[in-house]
Design a binder for this molecule. Structure first.
Ligand code: FES
Length: 331
């Protein structure tokens, strides 16, 4: 296992990471491939909390920069002998899933150490886990830990008929605690009573497409769930409008950086020679947050809270832009 320093990891700083190798690949549904990553010397890997993800460098993008995607870890978290990720092939995506689906046993793969952003609340009286499609991956990790530690839980899993990744594994782990739906209308009917009939102290966890998360969080709010007991994890912001050009003024250095349409502020800063720590480059992880001195912001991330966005004093430059012609950054 090779440890990477920040400078070795690519042309932009990333968290210290590991170089692992592909130990095994398995098709866990018609469109989803599971990849088992192991240390080349067989060593135990760093432990992680359920719901953690790693950032995988999936080759390089068309601009020659490393292409990095976040993937949830599906396997056991304590002193693991491998990291397992499951990736749905997206032919129209940025290329990360195609790169993963082409991996062969023995190929080296550069990954970050695990990061926790969707951990179970250990003091919860009961855990209601909701997964949509490939959103099952962090839920599977929660379920393994809940079974191991005897925690109270139930799982509600909605997926396209015939394309439910890890379904058999969940059936084995959950038994009667697993409820499945293969069409959205029946899922909507099913989940209503679930949200209304839970003991005080229950926590809700949702991972899946943005529409599912929006619907579940709205319905939970209407059903009286306190926000602190509702947890969710997005996949990323998807394809974004290229936006209009603007100028970023860097207050401390006095530099002006032009940001073209179709180029992110993060990319423009990197081209200018200003390194900004980053991981997901999809508005999810929070790593690239930058302080804003003045100027309107077109927030497009899934990380900042509504109050933070309204305050207007920071932005995630991997996806967010100026809403006007100029933005002043505290850089
Ligand atoms: S790099 Fe993750 S939010 Fe920007």
């Amino acid at each position: 296992m090779t440890l990477l320093s920040e400078n070795q990891a690519g042309n932009t700083p990333v968290a210290t990471g590991l170089v692992l190798s592909v130990g095994e690949t398995t098709e866990v549904s018609p469109t989803v491939r599971h990849v088992r990553l192991t240390a080349p010397d067989g060593r135990v890997l760093p432990s992680f909390t359920p719901g953690s993800h790693i950032v995988v460098t999936c080759g390089t993008g068309p601009d020659g920069r490393p292409r990095r995607n976040s993937y949830s870890l599906t396997g056991p978290g304590f002193e693991p002998d491998h990291y397992g990720i499951s990736v749905r092939l997206d032919e129209k995506g940025r290329g990360g899933s195609r790169w993963i689906h082409r991996l062969q046993v023995g190929d080296p793969v550069q990954v970050s150490t695990p990061r926790s952003a969707f951990a179970p609340v250990l003091a919860a009286r009961h855990h209601v886990l909701v997964a949509g499609g490939i959103g099952v991956t962090p839920v599977l990790s929660h379920v393994r830990a809940a079974v191991q530690w005897g925690r109270s839980f139930e799982v509600h899993y909605t997926f396209r008929a015939g394309d439910g990744p890890h379904l058999e594994e969940l059936r084995r782990l959950c038994g009667t605690r697993l409820h499945t739906c293969t069409d959205s209308n029946s899922f909507r009917e099913h989940i209503g009573p679930v949200l209304l009939d839970q003991p005080i102290g229950t926590h809700l966890y949702v991972c899946g497409p943005a529409g599912l998360i929006d619907e579940l969080t709205t319905r939970a709010h209407r059903a009286g769930w306190p926000g602190a007991r509702v947890h969710y994890e997005h996949f990323g912001v998807g394809d974004l409008d290229p936006g209009t050009p603007f100028t970023a003024h860097l207050r401390r250095s006095g530099s002006e950086v032009e940001v073209d349409s179709g180029v992110s502020l993060l990319e423009a800063l990197e081209t200018h020679g200003t390194a900004v720590p980053n991981l997901c480059r999809q508005g999810v992880c929070g790593e690239c947050r930058l302080p804003v001195v003045s100027g309107g912001i077109d927030h497009r991330d899934l990380y900042l809270t509504a109050a933070e966005k309204e305050a207007g004093d920071c932005l995630m430059p991997c996806v967010s832009r100026a809403s006007g012609q100029r933005l002043e950054l505290d850089l």
